[in-house]
Unconditional design. Sequence first.
Length: 562
Amino acid sequence: MKKKWWHDKVAYQIYPKSFLDTDGDGIGDLRGIISKLDYLKELGIDIIWLSPIYKSPFVDQGYDISDYYKIAEEFGTMEEFDELLAEAKKREMYIVMDLVVNHCSDQHEWFRKALADPEGEYADYFYFIKGKDGKAPSNYRSYFGGSAWEPVPGTDKYYLHMFAKEQPDLNWENPRLRREIYKMINWWLEKGLAGFRIDAIINIKKDLDFPSFEPDGPDGLASCVKMVEEVQGVGELLEDMKHETFEKYDAFTVAEVFNMKDDELREFIGEDGHFSTMFDFSAHELTYGENRWESRPIDFKEWRETIFESQKETEGIGFKANIIENHDEPRGASRFLPEYAQNEAGKKMLATTSILLRGIPFIYQGQEIGMTNCRRKDISEYDDISTIDQYNEAINAGCTVEEALECCYKNSRDNARTPMQWSAGKNAGFSAGTPWLALNPNYTKINVEEQEKREDSVLSYYKKLTALRKSPEYRETFTYGKCVPKYEDEEEIFAYCRVPEDGGHQILVAANFGKEPHTLKLDSSGAEILLTNTADQADMKKEIQKKQELTLPSCGTAVLLL
Ligand code: TEU
């Protein structure tokens, strides 16, 4: 495999609105990010992905962009952005922005011009399609609920929006539109950006016949995802974009891809793939419920198997980007850990099994201190457009208010969007003003300041993990070594070996997700402990040497050089 500059890097996602507010408006900003670069450097972060910071009406928190060349005033100025780039560079860190080009905002000048002249050239930047029998062109339900079509005022046409109606889909079949997008991408790369996280990109290819599908819900609509699953040809668009942009700059690209067709992994992330990498959502998909508002609990064995399958599928092809959580997903500690493991030991265990997998680790802000989901008493306490829609759908389907709120507690995207917990002080040190979204009240216990003081905190442990992963001795093994599952017969053990390509020492990563202690037989008594979350390393060492065994308490994890 040809080595790339990003293969051995550790990435961190910042959700700017909730990261750190320095001007007291209750919204995080670029100054806040600049002031925390050293914090991130110490955490072992190389690549920083910023969720959208472009000008936007924030209907979908910046994923509705009204000017791709401007920084949202809420976040700061272009000068501050340039300063961020320069400060990151000084620290040998890389900045990656969010590329949201399946759609823009209805406030973007392209869309305004399109509405002003629905027969003009800008209408062709979007999908303005004639209705059928006085109704929408097809029965698609948007990702956020309701029809994916909205009437174009004064015409018999509708425009397509796979997400909110304020996020009209861009017409990628139009070469002029594509040129505009490529120009914009290159403009940012010229500035010194290292690359992009690419939003919802699979959706850019449409079936231009827009066929209706069998309804799959009481609303009589069919998820627009059906069209995405059936249509062919997204690869040509993605290749075109790559050649015209990323490739020229050796940029790092990480794609958000759901609903890829079987056997397309090589085309997406192989050596000459469309992208550098793409997120592995396979474990997250396990908890998706029958409908948009429900979720299923995690089944440990199914979860373990899913992760290993995904590792295996990727080996020899490329790298996936491993995440526990992001701004769209509930907090990992609340989702993947059984109740009895939702403590510091459990959070370190979850981190160990994820960060040391083969692939590019992404840490989402607050994950490094073990932030959790947040319970709310009323739907008015949520801000997210998707959560509010899910809540309403749940109520319409007959759920009680309590049941619907319980679903929000488990699934809401706002779980991950509560402000970063920097300290136990006012507003968790996030803002001197009123935070745009209420804090998780547990900030008095879970916060950076407290954990920085403590050698045994989740934060300190994350630092050790990233340092181990990137240490000169083991970097190659953790980057390129195979991931081979171990102890699969043990019901509650998550274990794998990272096997170096050159046949050198293997590294065993083992974790006990069970409630009781568990002893594993080792192949040798010479194993060296590289990292563990249990206090008693001396006892562990003795046991390995004398009995060739490793006993892990409940939520115990250990990394051993075999
Ligand atoms: O998400 C795309 C996506 O398909 C989902 O994760 C979606 O957010 C979820 O199904 C709705 O509940 C990306 C962004 O990550 C997300 O924040 C944006 O809202 C979305 O695209 C639109 O830009």
